[in-house]
Design a protein around this ligand. Structure first.
Ligand code: CU
Length: 125
């Protein structure tokens, strides 16, 4: 009888462990969707200037233009083009990188990329 009880407790513990593992997998940077806010600055910078995601992970990007100039957010390889966002406004969009690598996002308002308005998206396999 003691052995039976022990086995049942062990079974419950194992279930708990599996449940915890499943949860941490879903929340801990696996392939769950990720919400990101990227600020566009009149100093011709993005904040943050680097982003990291996994292949197959959907990125829900909100572009927040805190400057007085128009800005946008473009990644050629994934056909991403958000904006142009007028001053003080936001624009949202989603995309899912389908290949690992390092990609440049930039603002294609004339002169902005040339002034340094770029960032790097790293997609991990
Ligand atoms: Cu810009």
């Amino acid at each position: 009888m003691n052995v039976k009880l022990h086995n049942r407790l062990f079974g419950v513990g194992l279930l708990l462990l599996l449940a915890l593992t499943a949860c941490s997998g879903a929340n801990g940077g696996g392939s769950g969707a990720m919400d990101i806010t990227v600020e566009t600055l009149d100093t011709f910078r993005f904040s943050p200037a680097t982003l990291t995601a996994d292949v197959g992970q959907t990125l829900n990007v909100t572009l927040n233009n805190t400057g007085v100039l128009e800005h946008n957010f473009v990644i050629d390889e994934f056909n991403v083009s958000l904006g142009p966002v007028p001053a003080g406004q936001t624009s949202s969009g989603s995309f899912t990188p389908n290949a690992a690598g390092s990609y440049t996002y930039y603002c294609n308002v004339p002169g902005h990329r040339e002034a340094g308005m770029e960032g790097t998206l790293t997609v991990n396999p």
